[in-house]
Design a protein around this ligand. Structure first.
Ligand SMILES: [Zn+2]
Length: 432
């Protein structure tokens, strides 16, 4: 496939246990520069208030926006945050809205400097817009819902604010470049729930797939869409592990099984599905180890030597010795699935006489890859079939972030994730 580059920062990340608490970093807290954060945070919060001053009346039936009355409170390890609801949890690398005191607090020593350093100031703005989203919920009288609904609504509100930044209205941030936006989405991935968290769990925020959906809905559709979130209309893909065995393995197949079974399942899926969209039979496409692949007659196809679809002679090449293990070890088995999804979708597009290049071509490929994922999620589960396990959708998202090429003017991960999700949630028909 094209543009298969591995972004170290994304792949190297370790995954947070819960909510806004990232995994502890190796280096000591003294290396952080706390003086850097209050600036960005306060500027962000002021800007979020500017945003809601204009937008809140539109989603509240004309009621005027009221800023938080309890203020903004940075804290550090030595000064634990204020009490919230009569309790102080002590120091946590966290950011939160306290409904009791109507204030927003954040760890200015570790969390915020770390997020800013790893993902850029815009993610700090998004985190603060998320926390402010909880204050908006309180003002709307909308807090009696499941945690995962409230968290995704806050993500959606944060996305709505970001759209306003993109529109050039912000005093805190310039219009972000596509690559900055992708870094911000990578930050949301890092803040996901641990795979296997049930969506109904206390404190569940959502897997990255769902949280990014909520965030993107806010960006694309605005705050009224977010305000309408409730359990009945919110599609939640976060599921617990189904067996103890699955929980023990984290839902990860052994590497070689993953490669073989994923390729086999993709082949079977397109054998069933291709005739439905073209009236033609699917011709089996061989998957060959990249090291043993024949020359490809199409000079454009084999620009990457690790994974590509070659139309003539017709085959898929996949580097099982290097690229495969790298994706598997750093992200997980379904990162391999994402690559196969892409390669088979390229074969589909080529056989349909459709382009796989440029932004439109890539996004259709991503959507078709998503349609196979949809089948893994919802299709009949035969004995021979693999199934998605908790965490797999997030692995697909992580892979798309790693392949994102926005910095070079290619399709952004933001757009690719959006196209992939369309296929995952709605199936093949929505892609072609
Ligand atoms: Zn939250």
């Amino acid at each position: 496939m094209r543009a298969l580059r591995v972004v170290a920062g994304v792949l190297a990340l370790s995954v947070a246990g819960c909510g806004l608490v990232p995994a502890p970093s190796d280096d000591g807290a003294q290396d952080r520069r706390p003086q850097k954060s209050p600036d960005v945070v306060t500027r962000s919060l002021d800007d979020v208030e500017r945003y809601w001053t204009g937008e809140y009346p539109k989603i509240s039936g004309g009621k005027k926006f009221q800023a938080v009355t309890g203020g903004f409170h940075p804290y550090i390890e030595k000064s634990a945050p204020l009490e919230c609801g009569g309790q102080s949890a002590g120091y946590q690398p966290n950011a939160f809205y306290c409904p009791d005191g109507d204030y927003i607090a954040w760890d200015a020593q570790n969390l915020i400097p770390q997020l800013q350093e790893d993902y850029g100031p815009l993610l700090v703005g998004v985190v603060m817009a998320h926390e402010y989203g909880h204050a908006i919920q309180a003002r709307l009288g909308n807090t009696g819902q499941q945690t995962v609904v409230l968290e995704q609504q806050a993500d959606c509100f944060a996305g709505a604010w970001l759209a306003d930044v993109q529109a050039g209205h912000s005093a805190a941030f310039k219009k972000p470049a596509a690559a900055q936006l992708d870094d911000t989405v990578a930050g949301i991935l890092m803040l996901r729930d641990q795979p296997g968290t049930p969506a109904v769990a206390e404190g569940a925020h959502g897997n990255a797939f769902d949280r990014i959906r909520a965030f993107q809905e806010g960006v694309q559709q605005g705050p009224a869409k977010c305000a309408g979130y409730e359990a009945g209309n919110l599609q939640v893909t976060e599921v617990p592990f189904s067996t103890e065995q699955e929980a023990a393995s984290g839902g990860e197949l052994p590497y070689e099984d993953a490669v073989n079974l994923l390729a086999q399942d993709a082949q079977a899926y397109w054998t069933r599905t291709f005739p439905e969209i073209t009236d033609e039979q699917w011709q089996r496409v061989d998957v060959i180890d990249a090291g043993q692949a024949p020359d490809c007659d199409d000079p454009d196809a084999a620009v990457e030597d690790q994974a590509y679809y070659c139309p003539s002679p017709d085959f898929i090449a996949f580097d099982t010795a290097k690229l495969g293990p790298q994706l598997y070890d750093r992200i997980g088995d379904f990162a391999v699935g994402m690559v196969f999804g892409d390669l088979f979708a390229r074969a589909v597009q080529d056989r349909r006489g459709e382009s796989t290049t440029g932004k439109t071509g890539q996004l259709t490929v991503d959507c078709l890859a998503g349609s196979w994922t949809n089948d893994l999620l919802t299709g009949e589960a035969g004995d021979e079939r693999i199934r998605l396990s908790p965490g797999d959708l997030d692995e697909a998202v992580a892979a798309l972030l790693a392949f994102g090429d926005a910095g070079n003017g290619g399709p952004s991960a933001f757009d690719r994730i959006s196209a992939y999700r369309k296929g995952v949630l709605e199936g093949t028909g929505v892609c072609v």
